[in-house]
Design a protein. Sequence first.
Lengths: 435, 312
Amino acid sequence: MGNERWSRRQFVSRAGKTAGGVVLGLSFADFLAACGASNAPAAGGGKLEIFSWWTAGGEADGLAEMFKIYKKNYAGVEIVNATVAGGAGTNAKAVLKTRMEGGKPPDSFQVHAGQELISTWVKAGKMEPITSVWKSEGWDSTIPKDLKDIVSSNGDVWSVPVNVHRGNALWYNKKILDDNSITPPASMDDFLSALGKLKSKVQAPLALGSSGNWQVQMLLENNILAAGGPDFYKQVFTAKASFTDPNVKQALSWIKSMLNYVNSDHPTLGWDDADKRLINGTSAFNIMGDWAKGYFTAANWVPNKDFGAAPSPGTTGKYVIVCDTFGLPKGAPDRANAINWLKVCGSQEGQAAFNPKKGSIPARTDVPASIFDPIAQQFIAEFKTDALVPSSAHGSATPDAFASGVNDEMGQFVINKDVNKTASNLQKLSDEFLK
Amino acid sequence: MATATAPPIMVERLPRSRSLTPLSWDRVMPILMIAPSVVLIAIFVYGFIGRTAYTSLTAWRGVVPDYTFVGLRNYERLFQTEKFQADIVNTIHFTAFFLAGCLVLGLGAAVLLDQKLRGSILFQNVFMFPLAISFIVTGTVWRWIFNPNYGLNVLFHNLHLDFLQSGWLTSPSTALNSLTIAAVWQMSGFCMAMFLAGLRGIPEELREAARVDGASEWQAFRYVVFPLLRPITLSAVIILGHISLKIFDLVFVMTFGGPGYATDMPGLNMFITTFRQDLFARGAAIATVLLLMVALLIVPYLIWNLRGETER
């Protein structure tokens, strides 16, 4: 989840390199395939191209850790790290689509579990099932069934989850809360009254960076979860309940109330700029996924000393999951290498190396919690008992066409703050894209 | 641009002996030379335009092509979306102010530089430099300049000019104008160069003659120089106009269409609709509308240009 903005030159040069890499990779793979036809499967050679949007910071470090493990186990394979920068992978996804359309898939690519995987790629017949790998690696006993379900369709499994991010987290500057004797609010009412209390004390009690609007979309889904609970949440994002339901309107009016306490420059700020406000002490709270933690620790903030985390207001006992997975595209040029990569992604060793750097928690439940920071430990414990729901803003609960439409709609809502109109527009999107 | 080539009306008649041998080298050669580019343009420009237009009439949604014919349904839906309606209004607003800004500043700078004062060469280059920068860089720089926390607002505050502070890119009412400022900054130098070339091309004798006839400096400019700049102005309008209709990169880095739809443009909408929403047919419809908008600007110009050439 890097910065939202990126330069087009960077993109073009990367895309160029990637394309070049693919052409080379293909011809080399063809050559290998020709050689390997008579021999045993060509393991221990060739290339492995991994496509992701993990370009910077802890994400890139985590990926590098997994590459290290891969290289140790499968020496001789050259790893091509094909990354495209951009917030929440929005740009990378566009590049991936053109590559897949053009019949030049990478060997494996990062994809959010859920609809982004199933409705975009699996239904289009672009993926190969990995059910046999799943079985042979025994992941049934180590990865929760809820997670397996959102990467499965028609009785097959299509990708392996490497990590779980939490979408519904509330971050706070501990000092400001302590100074004003405020306890981390659990309910929405407590939260709004805490904001009211802080209004005269800090410049803008709630930090918001809404550049690209997806941050507001996260507020929406967190608030829907708070207002309607997990069952309603699942119904509304599968068109079994309406967006004109009082629960959704309640969620929208809560955002409207929150907007009274946010910084006025939020349309130009990214999520990281918003978290910087917490560090500067100009804001006390921010609602953001747990990748925010990486930003705080990078600024030498100590978890539970300088900053703390809680479930976003009203969502205690509920966990919005944003889950990165890797799958196997049909026609992967180095199929055998790619399958080995999936095994690394799903292994205890791989997830233990990747997640502490990435700032997420492992998808496997058997990774020792002791290697993580206190906030991750808290989330790991909650992950085991909480009701899990997939995120819509990050493409798990709903197809991209819907999520992107909601994104625009939330951009409008921030300006017009019209609850009824927004609710009915959201329902229109649901009619068009979810049914 | 003004001297774009048009088919010559007088074809030199070839000697009879040559025209009798149909495969003479002199006749085949030009065709062979032109053929590759004709074929490439036919496929990669007109072929793709045709395919895009066709795609816009299909039901293609999602990553697998679906060529079921649905007529104009995509256009109907497109024009119903609030976002595209905002795009059209924004494009017209942006184009009008962008053109006006570039032409006024460009002409002003050109007239000043044409006075051949000392140092005018230096300023000529200074004004031209922004043109060498890509819109991506311009956008990034201006995004910083407009940042409320460390940009212009801080500068104004320090100069005790607080009344000049504004929401710039953060407020829906000012964002589009802020974007226009950045675009004008980038392209007015180009306009200046064109006008300067135009001014230098007007013989001094004409102005001299006007002065002899008792015209003031302003009158000489208004009635002699200005009319002679008309073809240059038209070319500038066409070039800048099609840039502004197709604008994408500047918006992408500066505002990404926000806040809300305040600075959204058809080009950006096309990208998002196609590659983020996977609504390929609707994206193609936006592309087609965009092409028609540019054609509306370019075609009359080409016709006018062609007529001018043939009259000469």
